[in-house]
Design a protein around this ligand. Structure first.
Ligand code: IPD
Length: 288
């Protein structure tokens, strides 16, 4: 279970600590750019997967800054970013970038949005990668979560640990929805099965922040279908290093198909409901 496996070989002279420090510097620098450059009225520069999946000028500017800083400091590493083409590298490491996670919140002035930066070894694909280090910088309130594989996780420098909800019925659960209308309809069907069995649901609008809130005990559980690598990479290493189980359904690792995070006991209970509801869309629902 979990998105992080045994330590991957690092290039000569590279440490997880140094990669984590760079992730923090990258995320905070891009956060400052986006905060200072936010106009009073943010406009949509383009749309992506659907009409309600926006890109702003500052998504692009943030990613350009991140790419330039990585090119200057680690020119042999590959880059996968939400807003640009994949860049090949030779070191075996890939930086996975979300220049603004929670773009709809950024657009509307709702505070929950972040710059998310992670570095992975192996294929840059959830389920196949080893996330070595990551940082999620929540720009609105300045909170910064980071983690390095085997180093633990922190929020603003203080160690954090996943919470300990006593039962599923008293668990506060974060989730999110995709941008495609049919996918959303199905996510609504699944939510109708989950909601009566938990304390309440939170849809905060940034998967990266959701995973970090799970990591520091502010949420008890989190699940979402359809996350992209950049939505989840940094938050996943923060959550696992804070003691969370992060998994998919039916014994699979967390992936684009499904990500469930929390303490192992509560995750097992939520997974049972999600599997019965066929929340990842790979089987036939037994409920709902
Ligand atoms: C989105 C956010 C949202 C999640 C979506 C993501 P974006 O990322 O993380 O919380 O529910 O699945 O696509 O588009 O704001 O970078």
């Amino acid at each position: 279970m979990g998105g992080v496996s045994s330590p991957a070989p690092l290039p000569d002279g590279v440490t997880v600590t140094a990669l984590r420090d760079l992730a923090v510097r990258l995320a905070t620098a891009a956060g400052a750019l986006v905060r200072e450059g936010r106009p009073d009225r943010v406009v949509v520069a383009d749309t992506k997967s659907s009409d309600v999946d926006p890109v702003t000028v500052m998504d692009r500017a943030s990613e350009e800054l991140l790419r330039a800083m990585i090119a200057a400091e680690r020119p042999d590493d590959a880059i996968m970013g939400e807003e640009g083409d994949d860049l090949a590298g030779t070191s075996g490491l890939t930086w996975v970038l979300d220049p603004i996670d929670g773009t709809v919140n950024y657009l509307y002035g709702v505070a929950s949005w972040a710059v998310s930066v992670a570095v992975v070894a192996g294929p840059p694909e959830p389920g196949a990668w080893t996330v070595l280090a990551g940082c999620v910088h929540s720009v609105g309130d300045g909170r910064t979560w980071s983690a390095g594989l085997g180093e633990g996780a922190t929020r603003d420098g203080e160690p954090i640990h996943v919470g300990s909800a006593a039962s599923l019925s008293t668990s506060l659960v974060g989730t999110g929805f995709g941008y495609d209308a049919d996918r959303r309809a199905d996510q609504g069907r699944v939510l109708a099965q989950v909601l009566p069995r938990i304390r309440d649901i939170r849809r905060l609008g940034s998967a990266a922040i959701d995973l970090c809130l799970l990591a520091d005990g502010s949420l008890d559980l989190y699940y979402e279908r359809g996350l992209n690598p950049w939505d989840m990479a940094a938050g996943m290493v923060v959550a696992t290093e804070a003691g969370a189980a992060v998994t998919g359904l039916r014994g699979a690792r967390a992936s684009r198909t499904m990500t469930v995070a929390g303490t192992p006991e509560r995750v097992a209970e939520l997974v049972e409901i999600l599997e019965a509801a066929d929340a990842d869309g790979v089987g036939t629902p037994r409920i709902g």
